[in-house]
Design a binder for this molecule. Structure first.
Ligand SMILES: [Zn+2]
Ligand SMILES: [Zn+2]
Length: 137
């Protein structure tokens, strides 16, 4: 699959048991439908996070296209106070996170801020330690 942002072929990045698609150029991450739910352990925090999704009607941020159906994706606010803007396919194929956004969103949905997935993403985005499994995906 190619990066919806810069068209670079993405690699598989394993986050726990979930295989995500990661772009080594812009450092964004694509999650297929349902994968975000799998990445968040705490069920109360997960429900709260998912119910905070709010469609943005007018925004200047550039629209990108779903890498599966090539339709313009919708901009969605996630979170209550510290909002993150993500791109979601309106046909339900998945979600695109620009660099670092997935870490913020998973932290919002986690009571435990020290799990393996958060640690891995923190290493990538804050400490610049990149995953080594560079197969194309
Ligand atoms: Zn990219
Ligand atoms: Zn789509």
């Amino acid at each position: 699959m190619n990066c919806p942002h810069c068209k670079n072929p993405m690699i598989i990045l394993e986050l726990g048991d979930v295989e995500t698609d990661y772009c080594t150029v812009c450092e964004g991450i694509w999650l297929d439908a349902g994968e975000l739910e799998l990445l968040i352990e705490d069920s109360t925090a997960k429900t709260e996070l998912l119910s905070s999704f709010q469609l943005i009607q007018h925004i200047k941020e550039k629209n990108i296209k779903c890498p599966i159906c090539n339709t313009k994706m919708e901009k969605i606010y996630v979170g209550k106070e510290d909002k993150v803007i993500i791109d979601e396919c309106k046909h339900g194929h998945g979600i695109w996170f620009d660099k670092g956004e997935i870490l913020k969103v998973i932290k919002m949905g986690s009571v435990n801020q020290q799990n393996d997935i958060i640690n891995l993403l923190t290493e990538m985005y804050e400490n610049k330690i990149y995953p080594t499994n560079k197969e194309e995906g």
